[in-house]
Design a protein. Structure first.
Length: 94
C-alpha cells in the first residue's frame, strides 16, 4: 500500500494499489475515484483531515478492527500493507 516507501499512505499510494471499481458507490456513479480514496483515508483520521495516514497508525487501526471482529491479532498486518494487497482493508471498509 505504501508505494512510495515514505511510511505514509496518501491518495497517490492508493491509486496504485486500491481498485475502486468494485466499491458500491463507484458502481452506481454516486462517488468518483478521488472521492472514494479520500473517504477511505478520512476513516483513519481524527480532527483535521490532511489525506495522509501514517503506516504505523494504519497498522494499529487494522489490529483494532481485527480484534473487534474476533480475529487473531497474530496476523501480520504489515503483509497487507507492504505487499500491495489491500484485500483485508477492502473487506473491512466496504
Amino acid at each position: 500500500m505504501d508505494v512510495t516507501g515514505d511510511e505514509v499512505i496518501t491518495a497517490e499510494d492508493l491509486k496504485r494499489s486500491y481498485d475502486v471499481t468494485q466499491h458500491p458507490k463507484f458502481k452506481t456513479g454516486e462517488w468518483s475515484r478521488e472521492r472514494i480514496l479520500k473517504e477511505f483515508l478520512d476513516t483513519f483520521q481524527l480532527g483535521e483531515k490532511d489525506d495522509v495516514v501514517s503506516l504505523s497508525f494504519l497498522e494499529v487501526c487494522i489490529c483494532i478492527l481485527l480484534h473487534r471482529a474476533g480475529k487473531s491479532l497474530s496476523i501480520k498486518t504489515s503483509h497487507y500493507l507492504t505487499n500491495g494487497s489491500v484485500g483485508l482493508l477492502d473487506a473491512l471498509w466496504c
